[in-house]
Design a protein around this ligand. Sequence first.
Ligand code: PDD
Length: 287
Amino acid sequence: MSRIAYVNGRYPLHRDAMVHIEDRGYQFADGVYEVCEVARGYIIDMTRHLDRLARSLSELQIGWPVDRNALVAIMREVVRRNRVHDGLVYLQVTRGVARRDHVFPSADTRPSLVVTARRSDPQVARARAGEGISVITVPENRWERVDIKSVGLLPNVLARQKAKEEGAAEAWFVDPDGYVKEGAATNAWIVTADGVLVTRPADFGILRGITRTTVMDVAAAQGLKVEERGFSVEEAKNAREAFITAATTLVMPVVRIDGTTVANGHPGSVSLALRDAFFDAAEKTPV
Ligand code: PDD
């Protein structure tokens, strides 16, 4: 089966899908994106993802390429055409195509919209969660507006590559005071000795992850306490559990930080219980 993409009103074959060389996403990273999980034939937490998209667009003064209902229809269509039962749907909106100039193009420039979908194997993810992953830490070197889900991800790319080279699956950005901010493409959490979930506040300095928000709902339903505060790398290494969250990983236990084993080196029960309960708690839009 050939993969299909969506590009500005058309559904080309994925291998032929293109945007213009003067697309501002290509030239300036002048665009934003979202990644939604697809699980068991549903798009997960679509409302929250589109609310965050609305915020990202508004912060950058980029218009909607199509209205919100049309975007929902396109996302579902791309998932359907690619017969994705489990996987992800990616969408990207840029300020559009215009002669290269740093200032915004004229108001009639149409934002570009690209949507793709791809499958992934939930059993592989489950096996990975059963093992847990390693993370490394790197100094924060991103701009201040990482609350905007911009496609400008070079520091994230370099951090994730460094993690890979060091045998880890994620890199945590650490602020100058030694506090963990978030991963290259995930939010960071720990569980304290008292069973309290700790994650950094998302008002600024990190992306407000949708998985993070839904995990807070799950935690509340399980009677777990959540503290939104900073935690240091040292505290994380000594925590009862650590984990990351993202639409691509869900709740993924962390068992090693910079080579130091967390607890007994196995995924913790709190992390795994949150992972198990996630699907039921999330919003599910049939494809
Ligand atoms: N990344 N922090 C950063 C920097 C991210 O890029 C992401 C998501 C998250 C988690 O957000 P959410 O729970 O909404 O997926 C946190 C996506 C998955 C990516 O870039 O592929």
